[in-house]
Design a protein around this ligand. Structure first.
Ligand code: ATP
Length: 254
């Protein structure tokens, strides 16, 4: 199958004063994939995402999103993407149902709260306030809000940071389901195990540059083919496996 780029980033540069945060990076995201941006703190991941999302200006370079150019067609791009809000955007006195109605109204789209909450297994929390949700539920709700405008692409910036292993796995299932329903997903994460099991392809960013881009399997196979050997694993399971085994895997981080 020929892969069709849905995002093309060419020679992107972002300077903050004299400091170059993004230093001439180029990559493509293919339609229908989960694409991971990986790298250490300060590598330039969030800056790159926010430029693609039309939330920050670039210094130079070309970006197209679903056929639209970032400089000329920002409004068309906004209609086609879903972006997670910072927690501060969730008015504290509204419940989840009311927040969905509010956001639908902002998009001019008529979505029922139950339809959106159903997508992220939160219908039972329709009357709860955002601040009263668990960490995993907060992330699921915020992913629901990215889906209101039936976006072609959603952007998730470290969606599983701070979650317990069970909540992380639930979120991975949700993200895969969204991808399987035809939405392209761009995600940043610090968790390499997460990128390995979740992402179809990953780009490593360091010091504002893309230093590698491939599928997780290809990266690992190439490393091993080059003679890399890991220190022998003595244990066949780890504490996370024990945790999952003891607590189960269902949606139940109440
Ligand atoms: P993290 O994983 O910690 O979120 P990141 O890869 O997302 O890191 P960015 O947030 O994109 O990194 O930041 C890249 C660099 O640009 C950092 O050195 C940061 O300090 C700098 N930077 C980000 N925003 C600004 C700003 N508004 N003004 C000046 N420097 C900034």
């Amino acid at each position: 199958m020929v892969k069709k780029p849905i995002i093309t980033v060419k020679n992107l540069v972002k300077k903050y004063g004299d400091f170059t945060a993004v230093n001439d990076i180029s990559f493509e995201v293919y339609e229908g994939e989960i694409f991971g941006l990986l790298g250490p703190n300060g590598a330039g991941k969030t800056t790159t995402l926010e430029i693609i999302e039309t939330l920050r200006d670039k210094t130079s370079g070309e970006i197209s999103v679903d056929g639209f150019s970032i400089g000329k067609d920002a409004d068309d791009i906004k209609k086609r993407i879903g972006v997670q809000l910072q927690a501060a955007g969730y008015y504290p006195n509204l419940n989840l149902s009311e927040l969905i109605v509010l956001f639908s109204g902002l998009y001019g789209i008529n979505k029922t709260p139950m339809e959106m909450l159903g997508k992220v297994a939160l219908t039972e929390k329709a009357k709860a306030k955002y601040k009263d949700l668990s960490g995993g539920q907060k992330q699921r709700f915020s992913i629901a809000t990215t889906l209101i405008n039936d976006p072609r692409i959603i952007f998730l910036d470290e969606p599983t940071t701070g979650l317990d292993p069970q909540a992380r796995r639930n979120l991975w299932d949700l993200i895969r389901e969204i991808r399987n329903n035809g939405t392209t997903v761009v995600i940043t994460t610090h968790y390499m195990d997460e990128a390995e099991v979740l992402c179809d392809r990953v780009a490593f960013i360091d010091g504002g540059k893309v230093i590698g881009i491939d599928t997780p399997d290809n990266f690992i196979d190439k490393l091993v083919a080059g003679g890399f050997e890991r220190p022998k694993q003595v244990k066949l399971a780890n504490l996370e496996d024990v945790f999952i085994n003891l607590t189960g895997k269902e949606w139940r981080e109440e």
